[in-house]
Design a protein around this ligand. Structure first.
Ligand SMILES: Nc1ncnc2c1ncn2[C@@H]1O[C@H](COP(=O)(O)OP(=O)(O)O)[C@@H](O)[C@H]1O
Ligand SMILES: [Mg+2]
Length: 264
């Protein structure tokens, strides 16, 4: 099996990237897949959600700096979260890497080189990206072979999606021809309101627009993630919602999504 390196991207914050990275990984690990999570956002919310603090230990910033300086990184940098689930923590210092990358040769490829050394240990590597299209996200796009785009119905705009897809397309052409956009995952959906139905319609239209503009195949996943206050509550308890409340509708939706995504 070819290992899957997946970037969870959207330049918009608060659309469910971190929640999706966490729960998708958790669900896959429960199915016996070996999963590595990489917290690639300087806000380090994934690391915090898993009850860790990336400041005192080796983290993704240390690994990238080691790669840039071609020095060997000492010590453990992978944290074992549970059976089959590891984390490379994020840190505020990651913001500094963006600046130091300016003068580095092949600066888009640093994360890819870091991952290359460990990718054979995992079935899935899931990268939680920061809400920007800067050099960090470019590194994630250069390193991955698969992309999931979470969007909330509220924040969907043809313009925002167009900007993201056009960036992905440039990287696919110039740096990484292996990229596949697996699909768009609708998150935080409130099923009861008509408004959301209108929004889903608008979303479908945006996707059609983007598909024809960029001549590329892209789907909206059948799984939709509903809204539940328990999602935030689980994070406060340093758990994925699947662990915190397995029968919650969000837990079930993420489990179904993990199946839909990995089996298709
Ligand atoms: N399905 C959901 N229902 C309710 N709240 C959610 C859901 N998914 C995410 N949230 C909350 O929305 C906020 C933003 O989600 P997050 O995953 O951090 O987005 P991003 O990583 O894109 O910034 C967080 O407070 C999170 O707990
Ligand atoms: Mg996040």
């Amino acid at each position: 099996m070819k290992n899957k390196i997946t970037a969870i991207v959207n330049q918009k914050g608060g659309v469910g990237k971190t929640t999706t990275a966490l729960n998708l990984s958790y669900a896959l690990s429960e199915e016996g897949k070996k999963v590595l999570l990489i917290d690639f956002d300087p806000q380090a919310s994934l690391t915090v959600a898993l009850g860790h603090n990336g400041e005192n230990i080796c983290n993704i910033q240390t690994l990238m700096a080691g790669e840039i300086e071609e020095s060997k990184v000492e010590g453990e940098y992978v944290i074992k979260i549970k059976d089959n689930l590891d984390l490379i923590p994020g840190t505020l210092d990651l913001a500094g890497i963006e600046i130091s990358l300016v003068n580095v040769m092949s600066r888009e490829m640093i994360l890819k080189q870091v991952i290359k050394k460990i990718e054979n240990d995992y079935d899935y590597i899931i990268i939680d990206c920061s809400p920007s299209l800067g050099m960090l996200t470019i590194n994630a796009l250069a390193a991955c072979n698969s992309i999931i785009i979470p969007v909330t119905p509220e924040y969907l705009s043809a313009k925002g999606l167009g900007l993201l897809i056009s960036s992905i397309n440039k990287i696919k052409k110039r740096i990484n021809t292996n990229i596949e956009i697996d699909g768009i995952l609708i998150t935080m959906m409130n099923e009861r309101t008509n408004l959301s139905k209108e929004m889903i319609k608008a979303l479908n239209e945006s996707v059609e627009f983007v598909k024809s503009k960029f001549n590329l195949n892209m789907k909206i996943f059948e799984s939709k993630i509903p809204v539940s206050v328990k999602t935030g509550e689980a994070i406060l308890n340093r758990k994925s919602i699947i662990e915190y409340e397995p029968k919650n509708k969000v837990s079930e939706a993420y489990q179904y999504f993990a199946w839909e995504w990995s089996e298709n």
